[in-house]
Design a protein around this ligand. Structure first.
Ligand SMILES: C[S@@+](CC[C@H](N)C(=O)[O-])C[C@H]1O[C@@H](n2cnc3c(N)ncnc32)[C@H](O)[C@@H]1O
Ligand code: SF4
Length: 457
């Protein structure tokens, strides 16, 4: 039991919205990308680091950027095209990049995690997915306890694609539902039916996929209580193992498609928070366990078990059950994290492809950890994943300012502090990114005033 230093006043939903509707990073890395020191590694040094970090196996993220149609709400890195002739050359580029890693990795290295993200991975036909996956995995060890997952847009996925991926070891799907309401879907230019969602669920189960995730987004234009109710209904009917419930990130200066709709149709922060609360109550009533600040899982799912045993981790893909010291990101815009260092690939498909085809690492920016980076990264990860962290007692010059910056969170009931132990309360777990700012002394506190991050509520 922790003892608060001072008693706190619980915040009402309106107060939460008023106080926390401000930009905040998602902390899928620390430091976050805009604050990297931009010191990419030379190929030889990077590969040495990769080889030295791969002993416990590697995680691989593959970015497949193409989509046929722009969903206007989308904040992902994508390329809109209807020309499927881009598939072959892009797979060639990915395999050329992988060849650089293959040369560096010891024979038989274990691939623990493989994730196809996008864009829309199923923009690629079954044959190209098969070619990419089989060539990628050849010569590596594929463990029986693996996480091989793919992001699925239900309106553009067929059974054959899922079957080929399953044949190559894929065992998890993440289905982009976003919302089931036709008016909301029309406003975000995403024609999609409940039947298509149900089909992808049925095919995945028939093909033996072990875990199905639904992505929902709250705060979309014209979303209200009625829409959340229907999203809960489909969740009850189709019973996914996991749910990612993302707050809509409105960044129209960066994602130009978001300028397409009338901003007055977006729920204000208090309303958005109320939608989150409604969905949260609904998911927990349906038996889902809360995971971190925006995920839910059935208690039997591996993510729920990892959260209960304090083994949940966080990387560029969000919450994960597996902490790997080598996350290799392939494809345009993909991010790698190796032994605490970061690198991001060129975002433009052609720039990326030209470099890898010439045997050059396609990194455009990177970060080599300095000073306390690794320690602060651990504190923030612990806070976001386990709901608690411990401040170092050997350096009061660091610890005291962090404690001081935590005082507003203490007063507002987001944390409890006992000596050097910092614990998040239930509401603190939902607002954990705001609490994490207190630790982010080197970068966030000295940030420029440019717009970069979306609002935390
Ligand atoms: C790479 S994206 C899309 C995957 C797939 N192409 C699809 O559309 O289903 C992964 C997830 O990011 C989330 N997302 C995209 N844009 C977002 C935004 N502006 N705010 C919050 N979440 C967003 C969506 O839930 C989406 O399913
Ligand atoms: S939501 Fe998915 S399909 Fe739509 S534009 Fe974004 S990545 Fe493409």
């Amino acid at each position: 039991m922790t003892t608060p230093l001072v008693p706190h006043q619980p915040l009402s939903p309106d107060e939460v919205a008023a106080r926390y509707a401000k930009p905040v990073p998602r902390y899928t890395s620390y430091p976050t990308v805009p604050y990297w020191n931009n010191m990419p590694y030379k190929r030889e040094r990077w590969m040495d680091l990769v080889a030295a970090s791969a002993g416990d196996g590697v995680s691989v993220y593959i970015h497949l950027p193409f989509c046929e149609k722009l969903c206007t709400y989308c904040g992902c890195n994508k390329r809109i095209t209807k020309r499927h002739s881009v598939e072959g050359p892009y797979v060639d580029a990915l395999l050329a990049e992988w060849e650089m890693y293959r040369q560096a990795l010891p024979e038989g290295t274990v691939i623990q995690q493989l994730h196809f993200g996008g864009g829309t991975p199923t923009f690629f036909g079954a044959d190209q997915l098969q070619r990419l996956t089989s060539k990628l995995l050849k010569g590596f060890t594929i463990p029986s306890r693996r996480d091989f997952s793919v992001e699925i847009h239900p309106a553009v996925t067929n059974r054959d694609q899922l079957a080929r991926l399953a044949d190559n070891g894929f065992n998890r799907v993440s289905i982009g539902v976003q919302d089931v309401d036709q008016e909301v879907l029309t406003l975000i230019n995403r024609p999609q039916t409940i039947q298509q969602v149900a089909n992808t669920v049925q095919w995945s189960r028939d093909l033996g996929y072990k875990s199905i995730n639904f992505d929902f987004v709250y705060g979309l234009p014209k979303q209200g209580q009625h829409q959340i109710k229907n999203n809960l209904k489909i969740t009850e009917q189709l019973s996914p193992d996991r749910i990612a419930h993302y707050g809509y990130a409105h960044v129209p200066w960066q994602s130009l498609g978001q300028r397409a709709y009338d901003e007055t149709h977006l729920p204000d922060p208090a309303r958005k928070w109320a939608l989150r609360e409604q969905a949260d109550a609904g998911f927990t009533e349906l038996g889902y366990q809360r995971i971190g600040f925006d995920h839910y899982a059935l208690p039997t799912d591996r993510m729920a078990r990892a959260a209960r045993s304090g083994k949940l981790s966080r990387n560029f893909m969000g919450y994960t059950t597996h902490k790997s010291s080598a996350l290799l990101g392939l494809g345009c815009s993909a991010i790698s994290e190796v032994g605490g260092a970061f690198a991001q690939n060129h975002k433009v498909v052609e720039d990326y492809s030209n470099l890898v085809t010439a045997g050059v690492l396609p990194h455009v920016r990177g970060h080599q950890p300095k000073g306390r980076d690794t320690e602060i990264a651990r504190s923030i990860r612990n806070l976001l994943c386990t709901g608690k962290t411990r401040l170092p007692n050997f350096d009061l010059g660091y610890t005291l300012p962090v404690l001081e910056r935590l005082l507003p969170s203490l007063k507002e009931g987001l944390v409890e502090i006992n000596g050097l132990e910092v614990h998040l309360t239930e509401i603190g777990k939902t607002l954990s990114r705001h609490v994490a700012l207190a630790f982010d002394e080197r970068y966030w506190l000295k940030r420029p005033s440019t717009r970069t991050f979306s609002q935390g509520v």
